[in-house]
Structure formats: structure tokens, C-alpha cells
Ligand binder design. Structure first.
Ligand code: 3HC
Ligand code: NAI
Length: 735
């Protein structure tokens, strides 16, 4: 029996007015219902139910078409209402289907079928109506949004364009400028903005408790029936009728996009598709959209961005989050109000929690408060915050120079100087004053958290929460898990990350955890490339052309060369004397050239310029260092530079996985995309390595090892995977 016949038979056998369309197969009792229909007098309520987000997988698409055909065929049905079950309308196309053989009906056909319905179709939207989900709603004839609605066309964030009529219907409905802005930014908008743009017809009035999207949709459909409203097809909407205005909007978007989205494939395709909406019939426009969509679908950028999407969700599922319930966190203590303490305080305050800040003395405390205050004052100056909102937030900040003020907080984050003795002294105080069960976290960048934990009476409560600077902006949070920590403390850290809207990655204890440990290695590779002949400016450019926003020497100038210098001096005694040590950064630091803050570093920053210019004196210093080290400079192509830089990164990433510092390669990917500027569209270093081929990466490492065998030692994991013909992706779902 065909799927359709099966559904028809099922329908005929149902005596009451509710039908579930199920997956094919006669044993339907355990099969999931993806779409159910229920008659409400002369309205057919169609509910899409495909947890967790009602993604439009093939079963949903089939059943949705069936439901519309039923409505068309039934003379008793005068209107149709589409709603989503659970927390969302529709979360979009099923991202897991991308890259697999297509299964009919395709989503554009589903949207066309909905639009062709002879009865008015109302989409009643709550929660997410994203991507294909919004395109289904645009296929409907009328749209109502509830207060929870979140509408958007975020395909660009996955390397795609709206491929189910979105590039053709949206501009026809709301005009090219607004449609392009939505599609190129991928941002989500709320019900009120959607109504203002004309994306939805109305916002549901405040509904009584217990009423929902179905009630709002049914009420709208009843009104439409009473008014004798006919189907109103978005494909015929007229917002593109002013050709000159539309062309100007498209030209402006093209110019802006060419400038801003360097290296990205899909944004300009979106602009092309909208040009098609202006120039072509709706049908031809759809055909163009399909062609461009498939080009995007086939691009490695789509694969990289989809990898990043799933990797960041997977990374948040550490084993402890399944094994234990988080402790409850209602207040947070922060020790230190410097760069990190203040940034962390802002992140915590922004999440709605109260903060108690501890500093060494009143003066430092006042500075700490001012550091926090400054962030909000900046927002007010940019018109992004009102004074009363700032006052309300700052009312949740309190400070003290006495640790006893922390006696009732649920969690403490220490962000004092990077010095083991100072940190241990702080933890001793925490041990003394904090209530039992309080989580005690350190923001250390490198120090041994096991050693910190061992110095107090409650090591089970001690964890690393490694934020990145600026902590209120940067998304990454490395959750560093020492040996003795309790599982519920780890689960609490992941829960906190969610509250702070951070992307959490579980890391083990070692020097630098995942991120800084790998950074140290490819940073050293960059130094070696410089000493061997490439200028810092060429290296930065090569790395930027790969997709990074900045090169490593620009980052060093921004962060301040003094920090790295202090670390190098601290470690001088324990450095392997056989390891290559490039002294160029020390020569700059000795001159006080710490980067932007001192007006010069690797670059010159005349008159506090934010973008540096190359400095011939730096090049002379580099030349002198090469001579001192007996190196005759050779030339590197940009490709040579990137190959070395990435090989060093991937190799150390493999070591980090091999030693279980990272649970899986995807954890390394998430770390570098969210904390170190790795281009998201390349998925992360480990995903990138898979696309290059691990045997090629290994061959590179073996080639470079001829010059420096100590530095270029292939990771045992890389050797093993190449020997097995496997890749990093094969390790992503094993834990
Ligand atoms: N397809 C498949 N799975 C999806 C999905 C989708 N579109 N959206 C979310 N999921 C999965 C997630 O991977 C996660 O799975 P897991 O539990 O196994 O880890 C689960 O659903 C829950 O996701 P979140 O943790 O993200 O749930 P939230 O409640 O925080 O957020 C959401 C919900 C806002 C819908 C968010 O998931 C989201 O932004 N999803 C992506 C939306 C999107 O990009 N849609 C466009 C897809 S492309 C498209 O439609 C092409 C079309 O034009 C042809
Ligand atoms: P900072 O020097 O800006 O701030 C440290 C603050 O701690 C100062 O305000 C100081 O007065 C205070 N302090 C020192 N000892 C104290 C004590 N015993 N009690 C109370 N307050 C005390 O340093 P920064 O950059 O904020 O670093 C703090 C920690 O965060 C370090 O462990 C560092 O390694 C780590 N970190 C730093 C990052 C960065 O980019 N700056 C990034 C991630 C982590």
C-alpha cells in the first residue's frame, strides 16, 4: 500500500474527526504521528508534531501535503489552520537531511501546495518559525503571531539561502530591503516587528491562560470565513512593484555584502536570488532559487557551518550533565575586579543574577566597580541601554573587601592574578567562609586546578571556569574538570553557561587546557615561520585570507605583548633547552613595544590608530635576530604559511583529544570557533583537517619535521587515524 493510500484508508476508518498521519507501515500503534488534524466545525486544525523543534523532515513534509489535500477535497472544510505542537511553530528544514539524497516531496513543493490550497490557510505562529518554518508560513495565506514568536530566515548562518520560496515570497511581501536584511543577517525577530514589516498580519491579543496558537489561529480563521475572505497568495504580493526602489535596495545590499562577508559563499547568492525575484516570474524565480540553493548546499562552507551548529550543541552534553542534577545558583561571588573579574561580573549581571565582588582594598574595589559600570555606560552612549536599566542592573552589584560577604553565595569565580600562591590563598579564604555546597571556580588560564583543589578541604567543589576576554562578549567558556570534582558541580557549570548564554566546552586539566595549550603550539609555529623568513605582515595576511578576522601578530598587539613576555619569563627556567625559542617578541617587549596600548608593537599605531601599519624598524629587528640565530631567510607563499600554521594546530588538537583533555575532536572545533576566531564556515580545525585529508596533514608534519623534529612530532592519534584510514569525525559520536 502506498503511503498516500495508507493515509486515506486510515482516514476512512476513523469515525470521529481526528486523524493522525503516521509513518508508513501497518503496525501504527508505536509509530510517531508527525501531523495530526482535527476538525473544529468547518476549520481543519493541522498540528505539526515532530519533537524537539518540529523540523520539516520528510515525514512531516509528506503528511503536511496530505493534510492540505484532505482540506481541499472536503467540502465541509472552509479554512485550514497550521500550528506547531510544543514550544515552536516550525524550526525549519531538517538540517540532518542536508548532504543526503533528497526525498520527495521537497520543501518548496510543500510550500507551493499550501499556497495552492483552495481554502484560506492560516499559519498561527508561536516560538520559532525559522528558515523553512517561516517559508511554510509564507506559503500560507494569512499569518498570526503570538508574543513568543521568533521569526527569521537564518539559512545564511548555515551557508545556505532560503530555499523553499523564501527568497521569492519574502521580498514580494515585505519589500526587497527588509527581506534582504532578514536573509543576510539571519536574525530572529519578534511578533511586533514581524507585524510592522508586514511579515505577519496580526499579533494575537493577550490570550487567556491555557489558550494557545491553535486558539489564536482558529479565531482568525473564523473571522476570515465570516468575512468571506479568499486565499491570498504571497507569490502575488506586490511589494516589488516599484522597480527603481527595489533595484536600489538590491544594489546597496550587493555592495555592502561584497565588502562585509569576505570569503562567504551564500550571502551574494541571496542577493542574486532577490534580483531574480525582481526580474523573473515567480516560477522562474523559484527555479533560480533552487539552483542557487543547491550550489550552496554542495559547498564545503555549508558542511562546515552545519558541523559547527551540531558541534556546539553536542559539546554542551558532557557526561556529567546526564549523570547529575545541577546545584541551584541564585547568587555569584567574584574575586578580583580587573579585566576578567569585571567582564565576568557583567556576564553574570546580564543573566539576571546578583554579584558580590571582592577586591584587595577599597581603591581596587572602586576600580572594579568602575570597570563594570563602564561597560553599561558605553552601552548608554551607543543608545543601546537606558539609564534606568543600567541602574536596575547595578543595584544587583555589591562589593566588599571582606571575604565574609561571600558566606551565602552559591558560586564563586576567582579572577585574581595568575599566581599559584595568590590563588591558593584566595581559596583558603573561600574554604573558610563559603557555605557547604558552594561551587568554587577559578578562571585561571594555565595553572594546575588539581593543585588548587588539593589545597583546601573541599576539592569536590572546585572547578575551572575559563572565560575569554572580554568575558561579557566572548562566547566560549571552557569548563575545566579537575580529578576530584563532583559530577553535580560540573553539571552546575554547564547550567551556568546556559544562563550566561555561553558556549560551553568540557576540558581536562593541563597547561592551557584545550584552547591556550593548542594556541601555544601554533603560536610557536607562527614565530618560527617569521624567523625563517616571512614577515609578520605576510603571516597575518595569509591567516586573514584563510578566514580569521585577525592574524596572530595583530592579536598579540591587541592583547598586549607584556602578558606573553611575563609568561615567557616565568617559564624560562622550565623551558626545554632543546626546543627552538624565537627571541623576536622579547626584543620588541624590551623596547616597551607592547602593541596598541603603547602605540607600537609588531605594527605602528600612530595617534592611537586601531589598525596598525607595518613598521620597517620591526623588520630590521627581525633581520638582526635571524642573523644572530644563523638563519638565512627563505620565502614562503601564503599557502606554505597556512599549511604550517594549521598543521601545528591540528596536530596539537589531536594530542589534546588523545590525552582526553578534549572529549572529542568536535570539542576542539567549538573551542577554536568560539574563542580564537577560527572561521566558523570551515567548521573548526579538526573538521577542516578532515576536509583536507588527514594523510595530507600528516605528510606535511613529516615534511616539516625534517627541519625541526622536536617541534613537529606527529600526534599518536593522527598516526593511528591515518593508519586506519579514519578521520576525526569518526570520533565525534563515540563518547
Ligand atoms: N533540523 C534538525 N534538528 C534541529 C533543527 C533543525 N532545523 N533545529 C534544532 N534541531 C535540533 C538540535 O540539534 C537539538 O538536537 P539535540 O537535542 O539532539 O542536540 C534540538 O533540536 C534542540 O535544539 P536547540 O538546543 O537549539 O533548542 P533551542 O530550544 O535552544 O532552540 C531553535 C530552538 C531556535 C529552533 C534552534 O534549534 C535553532 O535555531 N535551530 C535552527 C533553525 C534553523 O537554522 N532553521 C533553518 C534550517 S535551514 C532551512 O530551513 C532550509 C530551507 O530554507 C529550505
Ligand atoms: P587583572 O590584573 O586585570 O585583574 C586581577 C585583579 O585581581 C586585580 O584587580 C587585583 O586587584 C585583584 N586581586 C589580586 N589579588 C587579589 C586578592 N587576593 N583578593 C582580591 N582581589 C585580588 O588580571 P586579569 O587579566 O583579569 O586576570 C585574572 C585571571 O584571569 C588570571 O588568572 C588570568 O590568567 C585569567 N584570565 C585572563 C584572561 C585575559 O585575557 N586577561 C583570559 C582568561 C583568563
Amino acid at each position: 500500500m502506498s503511503y498516500r493510500c495508507f493515509c486515506r484508508k486510515l482516514q476512512n476508518n476513523v469515525s470521529h474527526s481526528e486523524t493522525s498521519y503516521k509513518e508508513t507501515g501497518l503496525n501504527t500503534s508505536a509509530a510517531p504521528a508527525f501531523v495530526s488534524t482535527r476538525r473544529h466545525d468547518d476549520i481543519l486544525l493541522v498540528t505539526i508534531d515532530n519533537p524537539p523543534v518540529n523540523a520539516l523532515g520528510v515525514d512531516v513534509r509528506r503528511a503536511l501535503v496530505e493534510a492540505i489535500e484532505t482540506a481541499d477535497a472536503d467540502p465541509k472544510v472552509l479554512a485550514v489552520v497550521l500550528v506547531g505542537a510544543g514550544r515552536n511553530f516550525l524550526g525549519g528544514a531538517d538540517i540532518r537531511e542536508f548532504g543526503k539524497p533528497p526525498l520527495a516531496p521537497a520543501l518548496p513543493d510543500v510550500c507551493n501546495r499550501i499556497e495552492a490550497c483552495s481554502k484560506p490557510v492560516v499559519a498561527s505562529i508561536h516560538g520559532a518559525a525559522l528558515g523553512g518554518g517561516l517559508e511554510v508560513a509564507l506559503g500560507a495565506h494569512y499569518r498570526v503571531a503570538l508574543g513568543t514568536a521568533k521569526l527569521g530566515l537564518p539559512e545564511v548562518l548555515l551557508g545556505l539561502l532560503p530555499g523553499a520560496g523564501g527568497t521569492q515570497r519574502t521580498p514580494r511581501l515585505i519589500g526587497a530591503a527588509a527581506a534582504l536584511e532578514l536573509m543576510l543577517s539571519g536574525r530572529h525577530i519578534g511578533a511586533a516587528e514581524a507585524a510592522k514589516l508586514g511579515l505577519v498580519d496580526r499579533v494575537a491579543e493577550r490570550l487567556a491562560d491555557g489558550e494557545d496558537a491553535a486558539a489564536a489561529g482558529l479565531a482568525y480563521a473564523r473571522e476570515l470565513i465570516q468575512a468571506g475572505a479568499a486565499p491570498r497568495r504571497t507569490s502575488q504580493a506586490a511589494a516589488l512593484s516599484d522597480r527603481d526602489t527595489t533595484q536600489a535596495a538590491i544594489d546597496a545590499a550587493r555592495a555592502e555584502t561584497s565588502k562585509k562577508t569576505r570569503g562567504l559563499f551564500s550571502p551574494l547568492k541571496i542577493v542574486d536570488a532577490v534580483q531574480g525575484a525582481l526580474d523573473l516570474s515567480f516560477e522562474d524565480g523559484l527555479a533560480l532559487e533552487r539552483k542557487l540553493f543547491i550550489e550552496c548546499l554542495d559547498s564545503p562552507q555549508r558542511a562546515g557551518l552545519v558541523h559547527a551548529f551540531f558541534a556546539e550543541r553536542e559539546a554542551a552534553k558532557a557526561p556529567e550533565t546526564r549523570a547529575a542534577q545541577p546545584r541551584s545558583i541564585g547568587s555569584v561571588g567574584i574575586i578580583g575586579g580587573g579585566t576578567m573579574g569585571a567582564g565576568i561580573a557583567v556576564a553574570v549581571l546580564d543573566a539576571g543574577l546578583p554579584v558580590v565582588m571582592i577586591e584587595r582594598d577599597e581603591e581596587a574595589l572602586a576600580r572594579g566597580r568602575a570597570n563594570v559600570d563602564k561597560v553599561y555606560t558605553g552601552l548608554i552612549a551607543k543608545g543601546r541601554m537606558k539609564l534606568d536599566a543600567k541602574d536596575a542592573i547595578m543595584a544587583r552589584w555589591s562589593g566588599s573587601t571582606a571575604y565574609d560577604a561571600l558566606s551565602q553565595v552559591d558560586l564563586v569565580i576567582e579572577a585574581v592574578f595568575e599566581d599559584m600562591a595568590v590563588k591558593q590563598a584566595v581559596f583558603k579564604e573561600l574554604d573558610r567562609v563559603c557555605k557547604p555546597g558552594a561551587v568554587l571556580a577559578t578562571n585561571t588560564s594555565y595553572l594546575d586546578i588539581d593543585q588548587i583543589a588539593a589545597s583546601i578541604s573541599r576539592p569536590q567543589d572546585v572547578i575551572g571556569l575559563h572565560f575569554f576576554s572580554p568575558a561579557n562578549i566572548m562566547k566560549l567558556l571552557e569548563i575545566v574538570v579537575p580529578a576530584k570534582v563532583a559530577a553535580d558541580v560540573v553539571a552546575t557549570a554547564f547550567e551556568l553557561a546556559k544562563k550566561l548564554k555561553k558556549t560551553a566546552v568540557r576540558a581536562g586539566v593541563c597547561d592551557g587546557f584545550i584552547g591556550n595549550r593548542v594556541l601555544a603550539v601554533y603560536g610557536a609555529a607562527a614565530q618560527a615561520i617569521m624567523e625563517d623568513g616571512a614577515s609578520p605582515y605576510q603571516i597575518d595576511k595569509a591567516v586573514r585570507d584563510f578566514g580569521y578576522p585577525m592574524g596572530p601578530f595583530q592579536v598579540s598587539d591587541l592583547a598586549g605583548g607584556d602578558i606573553g613576555w611575563a609568561t615567557r619569563k616565568r617559564r624560562a627556567a622550565t623551558r626545554d633547552p632543546q626546543a627552538r625559542y624565537v627571541q623576536i617578541p622579547d626584543r620588541l617587549a624590551e623596547r616597551g613595544w607592547f602593541g596598541q596600548k603603547t602605540g607600537r608593537g609588531y605594527y605602528l599605531y600612530p595617534e592611537a590608530a586601531r589598525v596598525g601599519t607595518p613598521d620597517p624598524e620591526v623588520e630590521a629587528i627581525i633581520d638582526a635576530e635571524r642573523q644572530r640565530a644563523g638563519i638565512s631567510p627563505k620565502s614562503f607563499t601564503d599557502e606554505d604559511i597556512v599549511r604550517r600554521y594549521l598543521a601545528a594546530m591540528v596536530n596539537e588538537g589531536a594530542n589534546v583529544v588523545h590525552q582526553k583533555i578534549a572529549l572529542r575532536p568536535l570539542d576542539v572545533d567549538v573551542t577554536f570557533v568560539h574563542g580564537y576566531g577560527f572561521p566558523r564556515y570551515r567548521g573548526g580545525p579538526m573538521h577542516y583537517a578532515d576536509t583536507v585529508g588527514l594523510e595530507k596533514i600528516l605528510a606535511d608534519i613529516q615534511e616539516f619535521a625534517k627541519e625541526d623534529p622536536l617541534f613537529w612530532q606527529p600526534s599518536p592519534l593522527l598516526l593511528e587515524l591515518v593508519a586506519r584510514g579514519a578521520n576525526f569525525a569518526s570520533l565525534n559520536h563515540t563518547k
